[in-house]
Design a binder for this molecule. Structure first.
Ligand SMILES: [Zn+2]
Length: 235
């Protein structure tokens, strides 16, 4: 095999590896994106859960305040009955009010107690849910760190391959490198093996002369149809 062809094959190998590294890096970027989204979904759901709990607490608090207010009103009416000189009619109306309010207070106080118990229990459930969430988040973050490590290793590998590529490319005559780069802009594989008298890239039949020139391995030969660099044995 001629020296430039050996270099071209080497360059093709490096570019193949670079393509594979870049593909893996894209996969890892997608993985990181998915992990980030899963974290956001977890955090959103927990925020909604906390909001619900807060609403329950506020309802319990509101009901307790309402009980206190009604209680205050009853005490006010009672004080008026006990201390003030009022008409018999007014007295009757106040007593009636007290009876109505007292039954409202009983119902509300029961509701308030129920809500406070519910809020207390929900607070414990929420604590447990927070612990579970933190565990899930920690696992997701651990996964993220692993992906980041793989990403950094691949990035290092990519830099090393790029350096090697520059060294290899520098050994190639300019016209061959230019042709190679032009091919690479359009094709994943700028090199092709001769397979059964045909180009392994475009699969079109090659002339006898071209096949012979490739077989002799004394010069760099390109496909008459697709312009790929041709080499003899599959590798
Ligand atoms: Zn071809």
């Amino acid at each position: 095999m001629s020296d430039p062809l050996v270099i071209l094959v080497n360059l093709g190998r490096i570019d193949g590896q670079l393509r594979s590294i870049e593909g893996k890096l894209r996969d890892l970027a997608r993985e990181l994106d998915a992990l980030g989204k899963r974290k956001a979904v977890e955090l959103d759901a927990f925020q909604r859960r906390k909001d619900e709990h807060e609403q329950l607490r506020r309802r319990a608090h509101r009901t307790a305040t309402e009980v206190d207010e009604l209680d205050g009103r009853v005490r006010g009416y009672q004080a008026k009955l006990d201390t003030e000189i009022i008409s018999y009619k007014e007295m009757g109306s106040l007593r009636e009010q007290i009876i109505i309010l007292s039954s409202q207070i009983d119902a509300l106080a029961e509701e308030s107690l129920g809500l406070m118990e519910e809020a207390e229990q929900d607070s414990q459930t929420l604590d447990e849910e927070r612990r579970q969430l933190e565990q899930r988040l920690a696992r997701l973050e651990q996964e993220e760190r692993k992906v980041q490590e793989r990403r950094h290793a691949l990035e290092d590998e990519r830099v090393a391959q790029l350096e090697e590529r520059n060294e290899v490319a520098a050994q190639l005559p300019t016209h061959l490198l230019d042709h190679y780069e032009r091919l690479r802009e359009q094709l994943a594989d700028p090199l092709a093996a001769v397979e059964a008298q045909s180009c392994g890239g475009c699969h079109l039949r090659l002339s006898e002369t071209t096949v012979e020139r490739v077989r002799s391995e004394r010069e760099v030969v390109t496909c008459e149809n697709c312009s790929r660099f041709l080499y003899w044995s599959a590798r």
